[in-house]
Design a protein around this ligand. Structure first.
Ligand code: CAA
Length: 265
């Protein structure tokens, strides 16, 4: 399936259960216009429909990327956001939608990843970057701050000194530095980037989908709660997973010395 929304291409690979959303405003380095933000949400909703009435979990993972080869996303559309908040409106923003999406969302970052684009990548579950990518918060040069939680996220991941450095100087950092600071999961050579991301996502999509969904909820809970509350939550998820067919399949595959076939049931 390939569907073209106004500013986002939606693809679905049935064999792997992998959806791909391509932010498609290459002439503006995929800057986040209101339309693009809406289309990211609409694209995720389309992909989520794959699980409607399906037997088990069909959609296993989503890749979010930018068109044009120069940018993942250069942030909010500077022409269009004056006076508007970044993800702060009462409607659910695309950031919230990505964070709450049941399947893991992988940011495939190739090129500039700036401002609201960096915050979009931070809302994803994984950030995979090509080595020539750069990251930064240029908002300070516009007299504002990253308005969708970028300082909060970077502080939690890399500490306040790194968050302040990025947000106060507006300087771009390399993918290698982002990796050192724990802001990306993997950095791949430019010429191997597509194949490496494909392998990563194929592996991710092959894991037991209900367990993957539960782990996403657990890790996000850990970031925002105390240890005791987090462990109690994990216990309830664990009890739920023990009752799934995927768990029985995983255990059977282990004792029969074969690869498991998970169906998300
Ligand atoms: N919004 C709108 N258009 C943008 C854009 C943005 N954020 N970033 C780039 N573009 C456009 C440029 O205007 C240019 O369009 P034209 O060809 O029509 O002139 C085109 O994309 C290519 O950009 P450049 O010619 O500038 O390319 P470059 O290689 O010389 O520079 C860049 C690339 C360093 C990323 C530079 O474009 C840049 O600094 N962009 C702005 C980045 C920025 O400040 N982002 C933060 C916005 S604020 C935010 O994100 C917070 C929030 O959520 C509210």
């Amino acid at each position: 399936m390939v569907e073209s929304l106004e500013t986002v291409l939606v693809e679905y690979d049935e064999d792997r259960g992998v959806g791909t959303l391509t932010m498609n405003r290459p002439d503006a380095l995929n800057a986040l216009s209101a339309q693009l933000r809406d289309d990211i949400v609409a694209g995720l909703e389309r992909l989520e429909e794959r699980n409607d009435g399906a037997d088990g979990v069909e959609l296993r993972a989503v890749v979010l990327e930018g068109a044009g080869g120069k940018a993942f996303c250069a942030g909010a559309d500077i022409g269009g956001f004056c006076g508007e908040s970044s993800g702060g409106s009462s409607a659910r923003s695309h950031y919230d939608f990505i964070r709450d999406f049941p399947a893991p969302v992988v940011a495939k970052v190739d090129g500039y990843c700036l401002g609201g684009g960096f915050e979009t990548a931070l809302a994803c579950d994984f950030r995979l970057a090509s080595e020539s990518s750069t990251f930064g918060f240029p908002e300070v040069t516009l007299g504002i701050l990253p308005g969708a939680g970028g300082v909060q996220d970077v502080t939690k991941i890399a500490g306040p000194a790194v968050a302040k450095e990025l947000a106060m100087t507006g300087e771009h950092i390399s993918a290698a530095r982002a990796d050192e600071e724990g802001l990306v999961n993997r950095v791949y050579a430019d010429d191997e980037f597509d194949a490496e991301v494909d392998d990563f996502v194929t592996d991710l999509a092959g894991q037991a989908p209900l367990a993957v969904q539960a782990i996403k909820r657990s890790a996000d809970m850990a970031v925002n709660s105390g240890l005791e509350e987090g462990i109690a939550y994990d216990r309830s998820l664990f009890q739920e997973l023990l009752r799934t067919e995927d768990h029985a399949e995983g255990a059977a595959a282990f004792s029969e010395d074969r690869e498991p076939e998970f169906e998300g049931k």
